[in-house]
Ligand binder design. Sequence first.
Ligand code: FE2
Length: 218
Amino acid sequence: MLRTHQGQANSMQGSYPGDPPKIDFTKLFKYNLRMKPYFYQFDSHLLDRHARDSILSVAKKYADNFIDYVGINATVTDNNGILSGKYMPTYKNDISQSAHTLLDSIAIPYYPIIIRHKPNVVVPKHIDDAHNKRFCVISIPLAPINDYPPTLYWNKDDLNTPVAIAEYIDHKPCLLNTEQLHSVENTSNVDRLNFQICFGLQFETVIDLIYNKKLFKI
Ligand SMILES: [Fe+2]
């Protein structure tokens, strides 16, 4: 199984007297962050705290506007709550200048949404509907700050063990390939909220832009 960091979950839970030294994640990053073809773990934050809080305030302001997503071949919601641009009409005025700076720097077409997973819900294994034209997304965790639940990736030949786990190390964003089978379980007892920058280009194309430092205009 591919994980952003293998076997480190306990070391993230806090330290206790007698614990071994903390793992040096900087040594793990160069081996374990680039999980093609499933996801890419950014090794730095894209939003500062103020920007994150400003987007959280949009999620709160429009809390009643989230739409329970129903897949094109489904009859019930998959537990993804979606807040898209037209349902948060003032978001451009509400987000911080640094959030604008990030969005303005993106070199390819995108659209932003906020996703909400209510406490203790499961988003079943799925591939995103192609008609939504979000073949990959930068998913930026907003809440909860601690123990943000990961995104699990699956191989259809083994639906019992995830093949990769995007863990959002230190609350940092991941580029997610939504054309690969994935699921989420909000194991927390609060809303799991994330800000997504959605791309109509394939994961492989966007990750090449990241590698070549062309996704963000300097
Ligand atoms: Fe999805």
